[in-house]
Design a protein around this ligand. Structure first.
Ligand code: HEM
Length: 141
């Protein structure tokens, strides 16, 4: 449920940013929806990090990280997923910091680039994480 809420949320806001026509409509949407969305997504990401870590220890997966990733499919999938989850967490923190700092304000060019770039990367990394998660589920079942 956390994965669907988190990924679904990032997908929706990402697509709104592209397809919602009109500068005023964009500004209004982000002004009203932005903070609520930020809290909503933070909760689900925290749930994913907590439940993911729980499963990680429950399945005793620490050892697979030390295996050669060319030899172990599980080690490969787990280490890649963890790397992308780490990256997405950092990008989310950066993205949210800018969003809350500049809420209802005009953004500088740098802030715009970093904000949109991080949002784009979060979008694509989510697809990769989902793919690794599916492989993990298959291997562990
Ligand atoms: C953005 C963050 C994350 C997303 C979107 C995500 C998504 C998912 C999904 C969709 C599954 C399949 C669940 C199922 O079919 O039962 C899964 C499984 C798994 N995840 Fe994550 N996850 C995230 C973070 C983490 C973290 C931080 C860890 C470990 C520290 C982790 C460890 C695992 C493990 C071990 C499984 C396989 C166990 C199982 O499905 O029973 N995940 N993840």
């Amino acid at each position: 449920m956390a994965a669907t809420a988190w990924i679904g949320g990032t997908l929706l806001l990402f697509l709104l940013g592209i397809f919602l026509k009109g500068k005023e409509a964009q500004a209004q949407t982000y002004e009203h929806l932005g903070p609520l969305y930020g809290y909503f997504e933070s909760v689900w990401l925290a749930v994913l990090l907590a439940t993911g870590s729980f499963m990680f220890f429950h399945f005793n997966l620490i050892d697979v990280l030390t295996l050669d990733i060319n030899e172990s499919r599980l080690g490969y999938m787990m280490s890649h997923k963890l790397f992308y989850v780490g990256a997405i967490t950092i990008l989310t923190i950066i993205h949210m910091k800018i969003a809350f700092k500049t809420h209802k304000q005009e953004r500088s060019i740098i802030q715009k680039i970093v904000s949109r770039g991080s949002s784009l990367m979060i979008f694509f990394l989510n697809l990769a994480i989902l793919w690794f998660a599916m492989q993990l589920r298959q291997i562990l079942s």
